[in-house]
Each structure stands twice: as C-alpha cells, then as structure tokens.
Design a protein around this ligand. Structure first.
Ligand SMILES: Cc1cc2nc3c(=O)[nH]c(=O)nc-3n(C[C@H](O)[C@H](O)[C@H](O)COP(=O)(O)O)c2cc1C
Length: 184
C-alpha cells in the first residue's frame, strides 16, 4: 500500500507515553507539517504554543481535572475521578493550536494543521492524541497567563505528543462504511 495511506491508517490516538522527550528534529518536522496544511484564502491563521515545561503541563492537567469534576457531566466526573487521570496522558509535549479571531475559516484551518501534525508524528513513530478536554481551561486566568497566547488569537484545540509506551500497534476502532454515497 502507498506509504502515506498506510501511515494515515496506522495512526491511533495514543494514551500511554514514556518519559523521554521527543527530539527537536522530530518536533520541528511535526510543526512544519502543520504549517503545510491548506487554509482558506491562504490565510495561515494559526499559532502554535509548544509546551514542554513540566510546571505548565502540571497546571493544565490539574485545572482540567478540576474543571471536569465540576461539570456535573457523569462521564467527565467518572473519567477525572480516576486517581492517575491526566488529560495529557503524561505526554512530555503538548501543542496548543490557536486560530486568528478574524480569520475566514479558523476552525477548518486549525483542524487541517492538527491532522497534518498527527499523521507526520505517526510517520516518525511518535505517538499523539488530539485533545478536546483541555478546552475546558482555555479561559482560566492562570492557564491564560501561562500560555501567553497573542491577543488576536483564540486557543482552539491541543495535541499531546511523545514516545509511545506500548509495543504493539493498537487496533483501529471500527470505521462506519455506510457513509459514502456515489453519484456517477
Ligand atoms: C475534536 C477531537 C477531540 C478529541 N478529544 C479527545 C480528548 O480530549 N481525549 C482523548 O483521549 N481523545 C480525544 N480525541 C481522540 C478521539 O477519541 C479518537 O480520535 C477516536 O476515538 C478515534 O480513535 P483513533 O484516533 O485511534 O482513530 C479527540 C479527537 C478529536 C477529533
């Protein structure tokens, strides 16, 4: 099978990481892949905050856990109640992707960048997982101060990256195939 398609299909959300930091070469290759995503009107309306500082990762983990426990949403409180729960799964690198507030299609553009980064990471055998739960704390004052995102950008989603702490490839969740219609 074509190598790119093979990599796309092999990528899985990874939720167990080793302590080893990813190399700057790998990090830069992943960021570069993000920058090569398509964007509406070629606006490239994104900003990437690379977090590798343990104190900031710990702050995000703690605040997100507290926020999840306070939502009153059963699956979130159950998830956050687990003693070892960390929203970033202890990955040593977290990238927050923010979009320019006045961009034409910031959500689509940022999502395209994220997907490029996930696939690039898999091609380098780096594990990753797209994180929505971190959004719960993007408006928290302490987190805002720690992230220092430029005023004209809004944090959108974040992604954990690190070395996979599991030997075998995870099986892919079953994909629905009855969602494709041909008109030809
Ligand atoms: C917008 C979005 C938000 C997500 N948020 C989380 C999250 O907060 N935590 C998590 O463990 N996985 C999260 N995921 C990963 C999905 O759970 C995962 O992609 C899905 O279960 C399919 O598995 P796969 O990525 O291995 O194919 C998110 C994925 C997307 C696209």
């Amino acid at each position: 099978m074509n190598q790119v398609i093979q990599t796309i299909k092999a990528r899985r959300s990874i939720r167990k990481y080793t302590d080893q930091q990813i190399s700057d070469d790998h990090l830069n290759a992943i960021l570069e892949a993000g920058l090569y995503a398509p964007t509406a009107h070629n606006q490239q309306p994104w900003h990437f905050t690379v977090i590798q500082k343990p104190e900031v990762l710990a702050l995000i983990n703690k605040k997100t856990r507290d926020a999840m426990l306070n939502t009153g949403i059963e699956w979130m409180t159950r998830m956050a109640s687990k003693e070892d729960f960390k929203v970033t799964y202890n990955a040593p690198t977290l990238i927050v992707v923010s979009g320019k507030k006045d961009a034409m299609a910031m959500e689509a553009d940022c999502s395209a960048a994220i997907q490029n980064m996930l696939v690039a990471a898999e091609s380098l055998d780096i594990g990753s997982v797209w994180l929505g739960l971190v959004r719960l704390v993007f408006q928290d004052e302490e987190v805002k101060n720690a992230l220092n995102i430029p005023e004209d950008y809004k944090p959108y989603y974040s992604v954990s990256f690190g070395h996979k702490a599991q030997d075998k490839a995870l099986p892919a969740p079953r994909r629905n195939r009855d969602v494709i219609q041909f008109i030809r």
